[in-house]
Design a binder for this molecule. Sequence first.
Ligand SMILES: Cc1cc2nc3c(=O)[nH]c(=O)nc-3n(C[C@H](O)[C@H](O)[C@H](O)COP(=O)(O)O)c2cc1C
Length: 202
Amino acid sequence: MSTSSKENTNEIFENIKKNLTRGVKDRRHAFHSPVFSNINIKGTIDSRIVILRKFDPTKMELNFHTDFRSPKVSNLKKNNKSMFVFYDHKLKIQMRIKTTSTINYQNQITKEMWNKTKLLSRKCYLTSKDPSSFTSFPQDGIPEHLNGKEPEFEESEKGYINFTVVENKINEIDWLYLEIAGHRRLNLTFKNNKPEYQWLIP
Ligand SMILES: Cc1cc2nc3c(=O)[nH]c(=O)nc-3n(C[C@H](O)[C@H](O)[C@H](O)COP(=O)(O)O)c2cc1C
């Protein structure tokens, strides 16, 4: 990409959408595993890596999957303000994306995504103890007979009770291109999913 394409706001927006779409499909793309942050019950911030499962360029939404029992679910229900941070060192692009989160549980959206979830990924939802709960010895909480193997389809279906899709509506993107020849920073805010642009000093 030439420097000029880093100065054309519409082109930058098109590239953001293209790379988020790639991030969902390509496990090796740096945008596949962003940092997701939200505010916990103590009013402090929790951040962690999640896997980007869906990007909807029409609704401007980012989705990831989690366990309903995870503390981040109840915390997001109390405070739906959230944020993703992406960085791709090859593209030299950082994106800080402010979002509003919605919890999907036992609905059409979770049903659709669960049906596409592979057996190995379904295994994560089969722990008997809650994620983040204390354990007196080191373990992953997954039934022992599943050590090193995938569950059978029938057993994997039990995980649906814990399966949650977190939908995150994009409100604002802070796009930063760090390049010795000239850093560039653009803020995108969205009204009816249409971007408004503001250049910033990086
Ligand atoms: C590569 C990678 C991918 C991960 N993907 C997810 C994910 O998609 N959803 C999720 O809930 N946790 C995921 N985790 C685990 C979280 O980073 C975190 O440790 C866990 O969700 C507990 O966080 P919490 O206590 O803030 O809820 C992933 C961790 C790594 C290292």
